[in-house]
Design a protein around this ligand. Structure first.
Ligand SMILES: Cc1ncc(COP(=O)(O)O)c(C=O)c1O
Length: 363
């Protein structure tokens, strides 16, 4: 068998939707984008979604819209994709890295509280791997200290915290529609989701050269727009997302059962609905297991072997950062195994059997 890590879903309906846009003559920020924005905002139970060119662009523009700037600090987990932190640097502020919780791998609220200073302006929890961060204590810390909360929801379309979809919980949230995500626009794309009209309006301007209307440029903006082909794909993918997330959860249940006792399997907190953007196991024998599975035709990947606070891109600017025990330990042990809604029961069994086979010889 040959089992890829993810497969992107494209059907005839999606192809037809793309052809319709090509024939329409409208390609950028038009009706399809507005329709997708409306539907995505509704999906997140939020008032606004503003589509932008990527999740990274969404984070960058959100921070700008919140007027975070040089001298400010933003508290972020280090156990995430690098672009949780690089937009913070881009706007001249300082990312302050904190450790993650040992069960969910999401940012530890206690560590956030310890990291707040007079310069802190925002907290950026990441709903890592599709599991929501523990939002109540995070919102409480934000309220106590007059801070913004920017949800990095790039991996968590449809995840829930205490019955609420992520995206509408913090002051602003950023999603990515990159091809490997729970839903994609078959290219780069992202959305900024917020209940705050002012933030939404500022991001709308900033993504399009700072434009107020056709000829008046009110803000120093950028070209970080979204296109109509992607919107048409996004509309179709969004329709399928709830069913796909259920499918991911079923696959996770099968893996959980089969792998219990062999590796550390993902935890779903009682207050969480995990959407398993990736299914991440943990073992001290990560490198050998990865190699073994590759010989069996099973693709795996590591999210993430080098924590952000140890990335050269960060240390070259900020200097060496304080150690983060959980983050640095997990970076050596985590392994993402195949997970996507179209994975068959037989494929899940094959992956599980091969992992069991490996551990027979590596007790
Ligand atoms: C946690 C996290 N934040 C931010 C991003 C950035 O999204 P994009 O690749 O769309 O720029 C990603 C995407 O991989 C991500 O996983």
């Amino acid at each position: 068998m040959n089992i890829p890590l993810v497969k992107v879903y494209v059907d005839d309906e999606i192809k037809k939707a793309v052809l319709e846009v090509l024939d329409s003559g409208w390609y950028i920020l038009h009706e399809k984008t507005r329709e997708f924005e409306k539907k995505f905002a509704e999906f997140c139970n939020a008032k606004n979604a503003v589509c932008v060119s990527s999740g990274t662009a969404g984070i960058f523009l959100s921070l700008l819209a919140l007027d975070i700037k040089r001298g400010d600090e933003v508290i972020v987990p280090s156990f995430s994709f690098v672009s949780t932190a690089t937009p913070v640097l881009e706007i001249g502020a300082k990312p302050v890295f904190v450790d993650v919780d040992a069960k969910t791998y999401t940012v530890d609220p206690e560590k956030i509280r310890e990291a707040v200073t007079k310069r802190t302006k925002a907290i950026m929890p990441v709903h890592l791997y599709g599991h929501p961060a523990n939002m109540d204590p995070i919102m409480e810390i934000a309220e106590d200290n007059d801070l913004y909360v920017v949800e990095d929801a790039c991996q968590a379309h449809g995840a829930e915290y205490k019955g609420r979809r992520v995206g509408g919980i913090g002051h602003v949230a950023c999603f990515s529609f990159y091809p490997s995500k729970n839903m994609t626009v078959c290219g780069d794309g992202g959305a900024v989701v917020t209940n705050n009209e002012e933030i939404a309006e500022t991001v709308r301007k900033l993504r399009d050269h700072g434009r107020r209307d056709k000829y008046v440029f009110e803000l120093k903006g950028y070209n970080l727009r979204f296109n109509e082909i992607q919107a048409a794909i996004g509309i179709k993918q969004l329709e399928k997302l709830p069913e796909w997330n259920e499918s991911r959860r079923n696959i996770a249940r099968m893996y959980n059962q089969a792998l219990d006792g062999l590796v550390t399997t993902p935890v779903e907190e009682p207050w969480a609905k995990h959407v398993y953007h990736v299914y991440v196991i943990r073992t001290k024998k990560r490198e050998q297991l990865k190699e073994f599975l590759s010989h069996q035709g099973i693709s795996t990947i590591v999210h993430y072997p080098v924590p952000i606070h140890m990335q050269p891109a960060i240390t070259s600017i900020l200097g060496a950062q304080p150690a983060l025990n959980n983050t640095e330990k997990f970076a050596k042990e985590v392994l993402s195994i195949p997970m996507c809604p179209t994975l068959t029961k037989r494929e899940v069994e094959y992956v599980s059997e091969k992992i069991a086979e490996f551990f027979k010889d590596h007790k």
